[in-house]
Design a protein around this ligand. Structure first.
Ligand code: AHM
Ligand code: MG
Length: 331
């Protein structure tokens, strides 16, 4: 079987009219190349002194790890000169990042969580890079408002998982495909041409230690799953929690399941932990493109009109049956 590398896959998608334009193909390839370099740092770990705290905090008040900062800088430096972008936004930066005047301006906006699952970095558990691509509207100088487009406007989204294998999982609105990094050639090779999420599941992922801070509908949903085959759901469920959203979403794309980070009484506005623009929107785009569903308990995540770059949101995503069940419980 001939191996299809990312460059060929994107070129053919362009020729077949499935990809918007050559700039988008180049942008996806650029992000993928940068993630290959990030994967080398992640793999070197303690050997190259990249583990541990950076000694800085981000806008969310979270301590940054050295690898958070390294990955963020790689993405900025690797993308800003390309002429493909009008700006970037990152979970690790307070403000939008305009393209410097010395570089040509492009029409796309790139948003990313440079290293998701940061708490796993120092313990050698899977982490990943999540990205979302939007088109800038109009020619005015870049403003935060340019990024505040609902998830339905994403032209592409994906992640790179730094796990036992490094994998790129991608959608540009025509299904979801997965590529595995061939370490020998340094190229992403198509290994998962059509990723689908089964409609029903017996596996859920949630941080149970936060149970007392959830809203009533979520308490009900989880307690019914925990009740097993003799409870109202009539089946036994299994639970998983990696604490890397990339890892959880990847597992769901591979074998089904439901992932949830609910609203939490301790968070400002009780909004939950995850970020709409860098985590919830790109992952919801992938899950929907694979036939699953994603809501905040009350509405489809991709329909939410963002109000702030760093907005947080409750997340229920994965196999349709469970997402519909918990969303239905919210009334
Ligand atoms: P991060 O972007 O700072 O790494 O935080 C997001 C991560 C998600 O990957 C994961 O689902 C969640 O935080 C885990 O949270 P918890 O610490 O409650 O287990
Ligand atoms: Mg994250």
């Amino acid at each position: 079987m001939s191996r299809i590398a990312l460059a060929r896959y994107l070129t053919e998608a362009l020729q077949q009219g499935r990809l918007a334009d050559a700039e988008l193909a180049r942008l996806i390839e650029t992000v993928a190349d940068i993630c290959v370099s990030i994967s080398h740092d992640v793999a070197q770990g303690a050997l190259s002194g990249v583990l541990g705290e950076a000694g800085t905090g981000n806008v969310q008040g979270e301590q940054q790890k050295k690898l958070d900062v390294i990955a963020n800088d790689r993405l900025l430096e690797g993308c800003e000169w390309t002429g493909l972008l009008a700006g970037m936004g990152s979970e690790e930066m307070d403000e939008p990042y305009p393209i410097k005047a010395e570089y040509p301006q492009g029409k796309y906006l790139l948003m990313f969580d440079p290293l998701d699952g940061s708490s796993n970095i120092d313990v050698n558990i899977s982490v990943g890079t999540i990205f979302s691509i939007l088109k800038k509207q109009g020619d005015a100088p870049l403003r935060e408002a340019d990024f505040l487009q609902p998830g339905t406007s994403q032209v592409a989204a994906g992640y790179v998982l730094y796990g036992p294998q490094t994998m790129l999982v991608l959608s540009f609105g025509h299904g979801v495909v997965g590529f595995t990094l061939d370490a020998g050639s340094g190229r992403f090779v198509l290994t998962h041409p059509e990723i689908k999420v089964p409609t029903a599941t017996k596996e859920f992922a949630i941080n149970m230690s936060n149970q007392r801070h959830w809203e009533t509908p979520v308490q009900r949903w989880v307690s019914e799953m925990l009740a097993g085959s003799t409870g109202p759901r009539g089946k036994d469920f299994n639970m998983r929690w990696v604490a890397s959203m990339v890892g959880e979403v990847h597992r769901i794309l591979m074998r089904g399941g439901v992932f949830s980070y609910p609203r939490d009484a301790r968070e400002p506005g009780k909004a939950g932990k995850l970020r709409l623009m860098y985590e919830a929107n790109p992952m919801s785009f992938l899950i929907e493109q694979a036939g699953g569903a994603a809501t905040n308990g009350r509405q489809r995540i991709l329909d939410i009109q963002p109000e702030q770059l760093h907005q947080r949101v409750a997340v229920f995503l994965g196999s349709k049956d469970e997402v519909e069940t918990v969303t239905g419980y919210h009334g």
